[in-house]
Design a binder for this molecule. Structure first.
Ligand SMILES: *Cc1c(COP(=O)(O)O)cnc(C)c1O
Length: 399
């Protein structure tokens, strides 16, 4: 049978791999040698799942959204990652990686963050495990994401302001990699999405795969069959989507539909749609589809949603798109905003702007009445309230 999963060399088809400076070779190699053994050990599994249950609040509910279903003429279940501790799926990965770091004997955690969501998840896990934590963040993002910066500081993390380049996520990743080059022995780089050099994309996908494991069990209970007709998720780097599709990746009965950030629209160039508008290249240690100019210079991405504002995409998703295993749609800012207000008024759930990019695909679909759809709501919208309120008159003219 055809498999879409990672191969022995760390590639999904032609995407992935490990393109790193020599000085990191040993650190990456030791991670690659140890991660599967540790993840599959009984001790790790026990600690990880106890924390997911008692600290994160898993399993997250699978909620049949009746009014949304009625509107789109099918059965729509929402996978409620927004109900997790710290408000999104990112905590699943942060807890898993910090347990791994401890088992590898690491003493210090570094991370990068754009919107600050992964920074908060990492700072939370570090507070829980009493580990020192430095989070690299672009100076512009520090200005834009004030509340998350304060949360990280309250949790005891050091937020390191990155003033090189465009002073956003791309430069924060570069700076974190530089730190790691200087301290490869004692430091663990806690990566926030299904990106980076092998084995990170596989590591993150495995830690987030608890999402699709639960979907299987919950669908079995609610529908009497353990698979849906459609799985839908948004993609920034690709971790919530990777977790959502993980146990269904080779099950062709299940159609995969992924929403990336179109920004103002691909034609405008103000976009973060790296699958629709990117070309093959290498970024942050792996081969994927990248927003770049003809000289291979990374183009600054744009999206209204800070969490989707990344110029690359996880290698798994580049592969799923290229092989046409997944359908990928670029969702523009205005479409995502409309979807956020729709979910809020139909179901009383304020989604994260990122998740709204998954919801905004619903009107573009052609569902049949009996179709079972599972859509992952990756996070909650508290952090996006200012943005939502700035656009409320456009989308709720009758208030
Ligand atoms: C960070 C974030 C995303 C995008 O990251 P992925 O790795 O693509 O999942 C999506 N939703 C929320 C709520 C986020 O915080």
């Amino acid at each position: 049978m055809k498999s879409y999963n990672i191969d022995q060399n760390g590639y999904y088809g032609e995407f992935g791999g490990s393109f790193i400076p020599e000085i990191l070779h040993k650190a990456i190699e030791s991670l690659r040698e140890q991660y599967l053994t540790i993840l599959e050990s009984e001790e790790f599994q026990k600690e990880f799942h106890e924390l997911l249950r008692d600290y994160v609040g898993r399993p997250s509910p699978l909620y049949l959204a009746k009014r949304l279903s009625e509107k789109y003429g099918c059965k729509i279940y929402l996978k409620r990652e927004d109900l997790n501790h710290t408000g999104a799926h990112k905590i699943n990965n942060a807890i898993g990686q910090i347990l791994l770091a401890r088992k590898m004997g690491k003493k210090r955690i570094i991370a990068e963050t754009g919107a600050g969501q992964h920074g908060v998840a990492t700072a939370t896990a570090c507070a829980l495990m009493n580990m020192p934590c430095r989070v690299y963040m672009g100076a512009i993002d520090i200005e834009r994401q004030h509340v998350n910066v304060e949360k990280m500081r309250m949790l005891g993390a050091e937020v390191f302001s990155v003033t090189s380049g465009s002073q956003t996520l791309t430069d924060a990743v570069n700076e974190a990699l530089r730190d790691w080059c200087t301290n490869p022995e004692d430091t663990f780089y806690l990566l926030g999405s299904a990106v980076g050099p092998h084995p990170y994309p596989d590591l993150v996908a495995r830690l987030q795969s608890v999402i699709s494991k639960e979907i299987k069990e919950q669908l079995m209970e609610k529908e009497g069959r353990d698979y849906p007709d459609y799985l839908m998720a948004c993609i920034g780097g690709g971790s919530n989507a990777a977790g959502t599709v993980y146990h269904y990746i080779d099950d062709e009965r299940v159609k995969l539909v992924l929403g990336e950030a179109g920004g103002y629209g691909i034609a405008t160039g103000k976009t973060a749609a790296s699958i629709s508008a990117g070309t093959e290249g290498i970024i942050h240690g792996f081969r994927t589809l990248v927003l770049q100019d003809e000289n291979g210079q990374i183009k600054e991405p744009y999206s209204i949603s800070a969490g989707l504002d990344y110029p690359g995409i996880g290698p798994l998703h580049a592969h799923l798109a290229k092989e046409r295993r997944a359908q990928v749609m670029a969702i523009n800012d205005d479409e995502a905003l409309r979807a956020a207000f729709e979910l809020t008024r139909l179901e009383g759930i304020i989604p994260a702007l990122e998740s709204s990019h998954a919801l905004a695909m619903l009107p573009k679909m052609n569902f049949k009445k009996d179709d079972v759809v599972v859509l992952t709501v990756s996070g909650r919208g508290d952090k996006d309230l200012e943005t939502y309120l700035a656009h409320k008159d456009e989308f709720c003219p009758n208030d």
